[in-house]
Design a binder for this molecule. Structure first.
Ligand code: AMP
Length: 191
């Protein structure tokens, strides 16, 4: 079983790449952002709660996010591996994920970061906002908040995974196919 964490700032292309990688490596793709948006659409209690944070570009509280992620993993008991996209985003989430996987005799195989300059990313997000319908992609203030959350809470995770010798980084600038190839090189080296 390989379990990959796809890591990167908002707009880095995690979702786009996950779509290719999940098929190529037969992985269960779990995007916490997508799951929250699905719940918002369905107007569930979880969706209503998540919306209050997402609308401001803030992270949804750890306890809620971790519980949701664990339950999604448990919904796929026969999975041959997970591709985590947008999770973990805080140290508590990373520690909870390690403990959860360990309880199933599993572990994170690797974390791969998609790297790109902020300037390129903000342009990409605003462009995406024109068609995605995502309120958090359309407002410069919300986008700024998401970057602040990333820098404060998510960036320290790089050291966490470096400490476990599980951190890899890939240049996130290029065509979608070029970037998939770069990611594939890393994943193939893990097997
Ligand atoms: P994303 O689709 O990954 O860009 O996530 C969109 C928004 O969903 C984020 O700005 C957060 O408000 C929320 N979110 C997604 N994943 C997480 C997570 N792991 N922890 C907390 N909030 C999250």
């Amino acid at each position: 079983m390989i379990n990959i964490v796809l890591f990167g700032k908002p707009g880095a292309g995690k979702g786009t790449q996950a779509e290719f990688l999940k098929t190529k490596y037969n992985l269960t793709h779990l995007s916490t952002g997508d799951i929250f948006r699905f719940n918002i659409k369905g107007d569930t209690d979880l969706g209503k709660l998540a919306k209050t944070f997402m609308d401001k570009g803030e992270l949804v509280p750890d306890a809620v996010t971790i519980k949701m992620l664990e339950s999604e993993c448990n919904n796929h008991p026969d999975s041959s591996g997970f591709l985590f996209d947008g999770f973990p985003r805080t140290l508590s989430q990373a520690e909870a994920l390690d403990a959860f996987l360990e309880s199933k005799n599993e572990q994170i195989t690797a974390t791969i970061a998609l790297e790109a300059d902020d300037e390129v990313l903000v342009k990409r997000i605003l462009e995406r906002g024109k068609t995605s319908g995502r309120p958090d992609d359309q407002d410069a203030e919300k986008i700024r908040n998401r970057y602040q959350e990333y820098n404060e809470k998510t960036a320290p995770l790089m050291d966490y995974y470096k400490g476990q010798n599980k951190f890899h980084s890939v240049n996130g600038i290029g065509s979608i196919q070029e970037i998939t190839e770069r990611l594939s090189l890393v994943i193939n080296s893990l097997k």
